[in-house]
Write a protein that binds this ligand. Structure first.
Ligand code: SF4
Length: 478
């Protein structure tokens, strides 16, 4: 399929919108006025005239509109209407393609727009379904309460442990299967501790206050109990934890969780952990390359409970290869039986480059929306509410990932990062520090090296980049 961009700067918006309907079909972009002979999607903007024409699958439909203010939005609207007619696909998030719809709604409310007016605008101008509007506005209400906890001097910290016991088939994350990277881990841990100490010093100099800490991956629990202790105790002794509201460790795979590691976490004040089944069907788990069973999940969960962990998250994914509605339903039932405080439901994301992308979306999309709807109903019945959500490129049916919690058990770091509430200082390979103006919306990033071997080899060079944090706060003071 060819997308023609004629005389306008809204290429990104046009492309993102079209991809929701093309489901993995190849999309080539042409800039200019030439219309190809094959199937195409044409978009043109001339002054306040917006033109869209789609020749595809035997259809040839066009539409025009006048718009002076939101030209990109109007073009997306016209494209959505025509592509829906041709493909029969009606994405429930309407023309919204961004990853932070809640942030968009909250920014409107911050400007004094009521939630009823946000609902009306999103429904009429962005074609968002009632179901997603309910989800969006309910989530926004909870996010807003968490966001209010942040002060100008607040920051959060991410600690990256980019190793996994094996690679899951659906994963696009830069992590390293443990067999290959094991010999780098001791050196990695030492350097990470050095980076934590340097970061603490930097924060002290700048008068920043640590609010939440998230140790994620990868799978942090691939570290030995001693290595975990080293990282966590270095963090505790280097930073002022007096105001820290939450310290999460993403335990991730149940096959890496041991009583020794849980005790190390307890000793170091970890008050929230994640044990992630993804599915509770052993066949699905095997198919996606996880080396554990549903029983291992239950055992790890019970072990954590018996050691006093009273805030546990469980990640699930809808749309996994080999899954179907019945298996998914049983997954939801068995997770709810465990009564975790948080459940995060992700919708499968398929990498655009993968050949399977089109097939996967077409094969799965019939039931993935139904799966999510079913899960939302069950969570609601069991007393959970949505407290943060985000979307990703390439998610099946352009759906979303949503964090649910029992009252008062929100994962605070999750809200801060998705809302971009305040600065997140990232440590470790692949970490991205995001500095946020304490009194405005300006955001700048500092990238740590992505791969562990680069992190280890060029540690000093990378660590010097953190000086940019000082420079940022000199330009955007507290
Ligand atoms: S455990 Fe998570 S980060 Fe590791 S390979 Fe699986 S999905 Fe990717």
């Amino acid at each position: 399929m060819i997308l023609v961009i004629d005389s306008h700067p809204y290429r990104y918006e046009a492309e993102a919108l079209c991809r929701m309907f093309l489901r993995g079909r190849e999309l080539k972009i042409f800039e200019g006025a030439d219309i190809p002979e094959d199937d195409f999607i044409y978009t043109g903007v001339f002054g306040d005239e917006i033109s869209v024409r789609v020749k595809m699958d035997g259809f040839d439909l066009s539409s025009n509109a006048k718009e002076t203010e939101n030209k990109a939005q109007k073009m997306e609207y016209l494209l959505y209407e025509i592509l829906s007619k041709i493909t029969g696909i009606v994405p429930k998030w309407g023309t919204l393609t961004g990853i932070r719809p809640v942030k968009l709604a909250l920014s409107m409310m911050d400007r004094g727009i009521s939630s009823e007016e946000v609902r009306r605008k999103f429904k009429e101008e962005r074609l968002v379904s009632d179901e997603k509007l309910d989800l969006l506005l309910s989530t926004a209400e909870h996010e807003r309460a968490i966001r209010a906890l942040s002060k100008p001097e607040s920051v959060s910290m991410y600690i990256s442990i980019p190793f996994c016991p094996s690679r899951c088939s659906y994963c696009s994350f830069t992590s390293h299967a443990i067999e290959k990277a094991a010999k780098l881990i001791p050196q990695y841990v030492d350097l990470l501790c050095e980076e934590l100490r340097d970061t603490a010093q930097l924060m002290n100099e700048l008068g920043l206050r640590l609010e939440t800490v998230y140790m994620g991956g990868g799978t942090p629990t691939v570290l030995t109990a001693e290595q975990m202790d080293k990282v966590l105790s270095t963090a505790r002794s280097s930073f002022d934890f007096g105001k820290v509201m939450e310290l999460t460790v993403e335990a991730g795979r149940p096959d890496t969780i041991t009583p020794e590691k849980l005790l190390v976490m307890k000793k170091n004040g970890v008050d929230r952990i994640s044990i992630n089944p993804q599915s509770m069907d052993d066949g699905v788990l095997e198919q996606i390359g996880r080396k554990h069973t549903a029983k291992d999940v239950i055992n790890a969960f019970n072990m954590a409970r018996s050691l006093g962990f009273d805030n546990i998250n469980m990640d699930l994914i809808s749309g996994l290869p080999g899954d179907d509605f019945d298996k998914f339903r049983r997954t939801i039932d068995s997770v709810l039986e465990l009564e975790p405080e948080n459940i995060t439901l992700h919708t499968l994301t398929v990498k655009r480059s993968a050949n399977l992308v089109g097939d996967a979306q077409n094969m799965l999309s019939k039931s993935v929306d139904e799966m999510n709807e079913h899960a939302f109903r069950c969570f609601d019945d069991a007393g959970y509410y949505p407290y943060y959500l985000y979307r990703q490129k390439g998610t099946v049916e352009a759906l979303e990932n949503t964090g649910f919690c029992k009252p008062g058990k929100e994962g605070i770091y999750n809200v801060f990062i998705m809302d971009e509430t305040h600065t997140i200082l990232a440590t470790g390979a692949g970490g991205v520090t995001k500095m946020k103006d304490p009194h405005g919306s300006k955001i700048e990033r500092i990238f740590n090296f992505k791969f562990t071997y680069e992190y280890v080899d060029k540690f000093d060079l990378m660590n010097e980049r953190k000086e940019q944090v000082k420079d940022f706060y000199a330009r955007y003071p507290l």
